[in-house]
Ligand binder design. Structure first.
Ligand code: ZN
Length: 169
């Protein structure tokens, strides 16, 4: 188990398209454990492997208040999406930036779990938002790319300012 470094927008590696996992073997299980550790330590409610510069279709999510309901999605596929919701999203790769994004209200997905077993999951509300947000990462997309160019530029400038303030003079 290890805490992995998280790439920050606009790092071009965040635009890499992840490859499907062929088999959930020991190396994938180690990756899942590391992603979970990294997400809980951040803390965050979701993390895609892409954000840790590992370009495989693996996501970890925990939207529970108790932080003990780890959801692992390997090779997730959206089978159905309907409705609409607007949610103020944040992202561990875009620290300190929160913006409203419109997404499907309800999704049905298929994925493999951490043992490599296929399962179906229906989600709505926050969990549906989180799944769609993390699946975007696997396709190389970061949520700020849904914003207007003006809002996106403002977000990038705020990120630069944050980084300058964090870096020693
Ligand atoms: Zn994100």
């Amino acid at each position: 188990m290890a805490i992995l470094p998280i790439l920050e927008y606009p790092d071009p590696r965040l635009h890499t398209i992840a490859a499907p996992v062929a088999t959930v073997d020991e190396s994938v299980k180690t990756l899942i454990g590391d992603l979970a550790d990294t997400m809980y330590a951040a803390p965050g409610i979701g993390l895609a492997a892409t954000q840790c510069d590992v370009h495989q279709r693996v996501i970890v999510i925990d939207t529970s208040d108790t932080r003990d309901q780890l959801l692992v999605l390997v090779n997730p596929v959206i089978k159905r999406a309907d409705g609409e919701q607007v949610f103020e999203e944040g992202c561990l790769s875009v620290p300190g930036i929160y913006e409203e994004v419109k997404r499907a209200e309800h999704v049905v997905i298929e994925a493999l779990d951490r043992e490599g077993r296929l399962f179906t999951l229906e989600a709505s509300g926050l969990l549906a938002v989180c799944i769609q947000h993390e699946m975007d990462h696997l396709m190389g997309k970061v949520f700020v790319e849904y914003l207007s160019p003006l809002k996106r530029n403002r977000a990038v400038q705020r990120l630069r300012k944050r980084r300058r303030e964090r870096a020693p003079a």
